[in-house]
Design a protein. Sequence first.
Length: 694
Amino acid sequence: DSADFDEEVNSICPFCGVGCQVSLKVKDGKIKYVEGINGPANEGRLCVKGRFGFDYIHHPHRLTKPLIRRDDAPAKGLNVDPGNWQTHFREASWDEALDFAAKGLKDIGGTGVAGFGSAKCTNEEAYLFQKLIRQGFGHNNVDHCTRLCHASSVAALMENVGSGAVTATFNEIENADVAIAIGCNPIENHPVAATYFKQFAKRGGKLIVMDPRGVGLRRFASHMLQFRPGTDVSMLNAIMHVIVEEELYDQQYIEAYTENWEAEKEHLADFSPEAMAPVCGIDAEVLRDVARTFAGAKAAMIFWGMGVSQHIHGTDNARCLISLALMTGQVGRPGAGLHPLRGQNNVQGASDAGLIPMFLPDYQSVMNDEVRAAFTEVWGSGDFSNQKGLTVTEIMDAVHAGKIRGMYILGENPAMSDPDVEHARDALAKLDHLVVQDIFITETANYADVILPASAFAEKTGTVTNTNRQVQMGRPAVPPPGEAREDWWIEVELAKRLGLGWDYTGPADVFAEMKQNMRSLNNITWERLENENAVTYPSLSPEDPGQPIVFADGFPRPDGRARFTPASIIAPDDVPDADFPMILTTGRQLEHWHTGSMTRRASVLDAVEPEANCSLHPSTLRKLGVAPGEHVRLTTKRGSIEIMAREDRAVAPDMVFLPFAYVEAAANILTNPAVDPYGKIPEFKFSAVRVEAA
Ligand code: SF4
């Protein structure tokens, strides 16, 4: 009913990487409700977060003025009440706050400063952030939450396929007859994408679900492989062993488009299903059946999530999935492809925009002199280091070592999201100068010297890129509260005070500059995005809406060939023992998003899921003498939390599933900071844990 609202504005959902297009209905200056519209990824659909998770925008905790830490503030710690921050901070003008922020960073200077940008900001804001660190401080110590998400997937894809993005949109499952979903839980984490998975299964598609937890998709699965945590490589190599043994591979495709096949074949000889069944816990006959089903597909897709990537062998896990697709020729055709389901709404775009320590925009190496020269020419000043920068967890270590003393953190929340989070919180407390730019006093902002009040998605203009490589236009529906400003404006004002001479007048200027050194944006203009709302990259002409499938005729690698990289079994870092006999795995749940800063302030979502909880098998609860709803104590080598226990038959008896959105029982107090050597991603999915009645 049009009387329900004064204005409606089309934008993009701020939560997951599906990138649903939304219509924001505004009345009396506030968003009243949200509807799905016909975007390429969602075709009008929304999940509970997109539909009901918006009123955090109008929450009384929103930052409305710049804040500077008081001289008489208590010692830095997780001790600020977001509703009563006056004990720690005082209000300041924008000029005072920006001068103070810039001076503190400048006084430290060079490699003493590092930056965390945000996968929740726009592409233009991500681009400006990495530019500010590189141009302003001369190095590449800039990263964002891709490090905690799909860094290992990207490492494997770059290595073996030559591109870090998906080879096919998730909607291509409509053209598949077989699909693997491994280490992902799309019904909760990518719910609109999951609707396509369900439709696929309902029309007879074979859905092979592989996960140590019995995730919701199992109800639609032709095969459910609930394998032992951390044994992905043994299971996937066994499946590929069968494909080799029974000669089910696509010889023609392998010869035309790949390299290193003989080495892969030889390597797989040691991984018979019979030998691997006791390792991964899946019967040899099931492994053989899955191999035959996948290899027999006319068109097959492979989807994966952080169950694959967040391991010290995350890159090896992804290498196996790539090899499986290559040996069966399941890339580059309708209904075929590799698709890591991206987490945050703009983690694809922020990575594309160069918000990572080893790559400039479009994954161009910082170690390449010509590439760096091309950027400094466009930027108009100074060179920056040809050395890869430090990653998220390395930056925290460098703070502890006294090498980094200043940080600029935009929209990230390492005081909740880092593994072994007390280590990260202690690092934040040690910093001489911490600039935080956010919409709330997040846990990380507790440690800030200056807080710059930023904008929520519905208050800003800018493009974001979803898991499907679809670049989409976000638009403002309401103004930022009080004196809060769009993030790009804050970055520009800070850069001016760092002496960088930036003179952008808006995100369109930034986008135009990005296009100068980003071939992925060829044929995609600001005007097109304003008119069409979404264009998929690569777009082959000004009229082309973009290519949903890539690599039909070779790969962006030497000789156009993708590579098989064999993977061996590596045990998880923190294996259970007598003191810590069970396995802890962390993740998200439907109603809450990541560190909970937005969804726990969204009234409907918080009402549905208000309390920190973990899930245990009924037999485990019985052994502990704990009833569902009572509390348990979880202890790892890093720390201990108490939390309400739920009964869940889908969790194996020796496992605990723990969401990471709750500060009062922060999962990352427990998690292991050991990282994958290639993607440098922490092993969030496996820690040895002791569970006791609280
Ligand atoms: Fe938003 Fe993702 Fe839900 Fe779509 S599926 S409405 S993008 S959270």
